[in-house]
Write a protein that binds this ligand. Sequence first.
Ligand SMILES: [Zn+2]
Length: 326
Amino acid sequence: MYPWLESSFDSLIARYKIAKLHHGLLFMGVADAGKTQLCQEIAKSLLCKTIAGTRKAAAETQSSGLFEIEDIALQAPDDKLEACGVCKSCLLIDAGSHPDLHIITTEKSQIGIDIIRQTISKVTQTAQLSGNKVVIIPQIELMSESASNALLKTLEEPTPNTYLLMTTNESQRLLPTILSRCEKQTIALPSFEQSCDWLATLDVSIPSRAALLAHGSSPITYKKELEDAESIGFDDFLETLQGLLEGSETANRAALKWQTEAPKVVKWLAQHWLERYKSTQNISAYDNYQACLVASKRMSHPGLNKSLILTPLFDQLRTTKVASFN
Ligand SMILES: [Zn+2]
């Protein structure tokens, strides 16, 4: 569990234990904030037999004042919120074969109606493990309109003991009717300090503020890119940029070096110049930022040789004197 998601997790599962959890939860926020992992952790707890045991006990205590727990193995402290990891349900989840957990993924750029219909038809049946049924749909903004309408029906008329856990990076693309039928939870990125603390526990080198910002302020993105041997490192990027600005690196050479990851480099450059503009109010920095945006737009056309866009951009950046920013 990502530490910055613990409080969201705790409050949702605490509500589940007193039967106050909404059946349709939509987690909103930027990419790589940990939304899908949060859904997976919630699903584990919703399906865990030990938690179900304590939930039943808690509910019975509330209604009658006395209860008996049939299976002693299912006893757990009432404040336990994380899945036990040892019950049948937890073991099936770990093995990736829980019959009542459905995770919708798609290789395509769209989630079609067929997969939504198939999944809905599965959860309208009784749970195979006689507990809850959970559907996880990451990035529901990718659903086609017909898929959205099919899902809407389930949100409006939920089947008992069924929870839909959805995420979106672009809530503005969702049908208003979908938005209004879900309980929305905004998942924020961790602070810089939280990010560094988490990375330190994994023995990942601690980023500078600029490096984390270059990775969308997400320590998850930062870690992923650091582990990708093919990927350009932010420190390497800064070094080459410095060389470009000081004249020890040519625009041509830098363009060739970066052409395979041109969109990322241009995004970093744009961020770099925007930050410089904010801190110095220097108009040249703003011009450079604008030039990066134009280059980024041009790059979205497929089939274009990226180095032909990068070289003139780098030439423009080089004409900006480094000294003028100090
Ligand atoms: Zn369990």
